[in-house]
Design a protein around this ligand. Structure first.
Ligand code: SF4
Length: 310
């Protein structure tokens, strides 16, 4: 049976739509079906390139993966009524290091290309960028530092102790907002014990845009209120920055939730308006123009090969 390519809004898709339109097309349309060996060459290339990561993105992925494991282990213990088994910081760091080293080796050898949806492939290898062993070591060191910071983080520790109250961790959710479907996955959501929820967002990068953060939190709030029945004034978010060791508390609130509802409606309307066939979600490449030749962004775009801008 053919899988249907559906238009499902997400915060990242909304951002991509307002970046390079051709990159958006490669990501959501041109790469569709590229997992099949019989697919056209362009779709296969776009599919592989869509999966590429970079050291910065991957650092975040590894740290998030360890946080997810740590919380889900505690949730499993709590579900079974067992005492929560400690996962010591040294063991977390060793697990992260093994995973990270395997990722680098699998990408460097090209083995990841046999299963690009499951294995990690770095743009650094795919595009033969001049990255030294010291650069890779620096990325490994940063992962080690951030996983160590996670292990000692007071919120992470409290979540593990209160695992029975965790409502979800990295679950891919799909829900309707009006006539639009929305995807999201929340790092962690925990009940506050009095009917509200606290959303935990692990941050691993250098800088974050306040507007972006507010928009993303609004979508989380929309999910919590609409799908879980939490009151609009009972959604709180904690941003835990593991790179800098800081944490920030935000009250999401009705205004941010309404703004998210509006952003979904407007975003999906814009995306549909760009389609040639809305019911079947068909987009023509020529309706999604590339950036002007020489654009700075093309130098680091994952699709630069299939786009002819390498
Ligand atoms: S290489 Fe440039 S024009 Fe092509 S998809 Fe990427 S950003 Fe857009």
């Amino acid at each position: 049976m053919d899988i249907q390519n559906e238009l499902v809004w997400s915060h990242s898709r909304g951002r991509a739509f307002h970046g390079c339109r051709r990159a958006y097309w490669f990501n959501y349309y041109g790469s569709w079906g590229g997992w099949d060996a019989a697919a056209p060459e362009e779709a296969r290339l776009a599919y592989v390139q869509k999966k590429l990561t970079s050291r910065a993105m991957w650092t975040g992925s590894i740290v998030h993966m360890v946080a997810e494991q740590g919380l889900k282990r505690a949730m499993d213990d709590a579900d079974r009524g067992y005492a929560i088994v400690d996962w010591p910081g040294d063991a977390m760091r060793a697990y992260a290091k093994r995973t990270a080293q395997a990722d680098i080796a699998g990408s460097a050898s090209g083995r990841w290309l046999s299963r690009p949806s499951k294995l990690t492939g770095f743009a650094e290898h795919y595009y033969a960028l001049p990255v030294t062993d010291a650069d890779w070591q620096a990325a490994l060191d940063e992962i080690d530092r951030q996983v160590g910071s996670l292990a000692e983080n007071r919120i992470y520790k409290r979540l593990r102790v209160a695992a029975v109250r965790i409502r979800e961790v990295e679950e891919l959710r799909r829900f309707w907002v009006g006539d639009a479907e929305v995807y999201l996955a929340i790092d962690a959501m925990v009940g506050d014990g009095t009917g509200g929820v606290v959303i935990i967002d692990w941050k691993t990068g250098d800088s974050h845009d306040d507007g972006e953060i507010a928009a993303q939190l609004g979508v989380y709030g929309l999910y919590a209120t609409q799908e879980l029945g939490v009151a609009e004034d009972r959604v709180v978010a904690m941003h835990v920055n593991l790179r800098h060791g800081t944490e920030t508390r935000h009250v999401v609130g009705p205004a941010a939730i309404q703004a998210a509802r509006d952003a979904v409606a407007t975003g999906v309307a814009e995306m549909r308006a760009a389609l040639v066939d809305v019911p079947n979600n068909v987009a023509r490449k020529e309706d999604f123009p590339p950036l002007p030749e020489g654009s700075e962004r093309c130098a680091w775009c994952n699709f630069r090969r299939v786009c002819g801008r390498e």
